[in-house]
Design a protein around this ligand. Structure first.
Ligand code: COA
Length: 385
């Protein structure tokens, strides 16, 4: 396989974009990515675009064709990738494989979701489709409810507390303050999280990622070609993906996401690195308990010790492992775009372009994106070229 690098990135702000359509979000992120790569549109040979549920959110399907059309890139092949909240991450891996295989030299990878056109309950049904419709959604188990079950089991088995989970959100909002693209620019306290009202006990409003509009894009290029172009680039040195049972009832354990462990194992092996080598991570914290499980499943802390690590400040910016400098999903989760936005953040971190949220001397970064309650997971490891 050939080596692949990211040579350009673009991202809209995340939030409630009442004035912008999905097409406009796509154009904003896509054009930014092309411009930062120094290329022009005609250099791009194919597009892979992550989008989870545009049919339900805005009654628009056929997003692959829409991307090429909106970006003025017809007639190149353009493919929509759907893997629930991991749509963006899986689109990135699809683009990576297409360049690694030699099929193309330069491709664009995008992710987009316009979620705020529908009510919260309609959004919950759309998102619930990422779980098992027959055994979960039809019986009222929304996404907060599924993660609440995992949280309860983690609390039962390891003594994890609601306060420890709250710390994930406190830290995310603190980092989000430093990110101009964050949905929230507001510091919160553990007390505020604890009093924010249960959505699905033990998860409260401020334990949840919000409903968000946004888009992100990256340009991938075969590494030798990128070197010759002499532009700042970030090489993807590991790309792992794994699947698991759609329903929680089919999982071996509720306190881990086995697909994350497998995807990480593959990516670490490809990169010939381990968890100790990672300086900065953008991980999938759709709910606070997901943050705790991810820092354990990615190997940064032993199973059951994630909550304590939060308490000891080991995942804060510029600590033992800098987790979610962007503010993570807690500061905006346009589901189809999230996995691509994570790669944008790691690119900026590794090139020292992350402004006030810059992780000092970040050399190796990891992006971790999960679909549903863990039926898909994808992990990318990157280093500065
Ligand atoms: N974090 C912080 N603040 C939030 C928030 C969140 N997750 N969700 C909403 N808010 C804020 C809003 O900005 C608003 O503040 P304002 O009154 O100052 O404007 C207030 O809380 C009420 O917002 P509203 O949109 O009415 O909330 P809601 O009750 O309709 O929705 C949730 C709240 C948690 C139910 C919704 O955000 C949700 O479903 N999140 C989970 C999304 C999800 O499952 N994603 C997939 C994960 S796998």
């Amino acid at each position: 396989m050939r080596s692949v690098s990211i040579i350009g990135v673009g991202c809209t702000s995340f939030g409630e974009h009442w004035q912008k359509s999905l097409r406009e979000l796509v154009a904003e992120a896509g054009i930014q990515a092309v411009l930062t790569s120094g290329l022009v549109g005609k250099d791009i040979e194919a597009i892979y675009g992550g989008c989870m549920a545009s049919g339900r959110f805005i009654a628009q399907e056929h997003i692959g064709a829409l991307l090429a059309d909106q970006l003025g890139l017809n007639p190149i092949p353009s493919t929509r990738v759907e893997a629930a909240c991991a749509s963006g991450g899986v689109a990135l891996r699809s683009g990576f494989l297409s360049v690694a295989s030699g099929a193309y030299d330069i491709v664009a990878v995008g992710g987009v979701e316009k979620m705020t056109e529908v009510s919260t309950s309609e959004a919950a049904i759309a998102l619930g489709g990422a779980g098992d419709q027959e055994t979960e959604l039809f019986h009222g188990a929304s996404f907060p409810a599924l993660y609440a079950l995992m949280a309860r089991k983690h609390m039962h088995d390891f003594g994890t507390t609601e306060e420890q989970m709250a710390l994930c959100s406190v830290q995310a909002h603190k980092n989000g303050m430093l990110n101009p693209n964050s949905q929230f620019h507001k510091e919160i306290s553990v007390e505020e999280v604890m009093h924010s009202g249960y959505v699905a006990s033990p998860l409260k409003l401020l334990d949840c990622s919000p409903i968000t509009d946004g888009a992100a894009a990256v340009i991938l290029c075969e590494t030798e070609k990128a070197r010759k172009m002499g532009i700042p680039a970030v090489e993807i040195i590991g790309a792992g993906q794994a699947s698991d049972s759609l329903a929680l009832s089919g999982r071996k354990s509720l306190t881990e996401v086995a697909a994350t462990k497998k995807a990480a194992e593959i990516a670490y092996k490809q990169a010939n690195l381990g968890p100790k080598d990672i300086d900065v991570v953008e991980l999938h914290d759709c709910f606070s308990i997901a943050n705790i499980m991810a820092i354990e499943d990615l190997g940064f802390f032993k199973k059951g010790e994630g909550g304590k690590a939060l308490e000891q400040g080991k995942t804060a910016l510029n600590s033992e492992i800098s987790v979610n400098p962007s503010g993570g999903l807690k500061c905006g989760h346009p589901v189809g775009a999230t996995g691509v936005k994570q790669a944008v953040e790691i690119f900026e971190q590794l090139l020292g372009k992350a402004g006030k949220r810059q992780v000092k001397d970040a050399k190796i970064g990891l992006a971790h994106n999960v679909g549903g309650s863990g039926a898909t997971a994808v992990v990318h490891i990157m280093r500065r070229l």
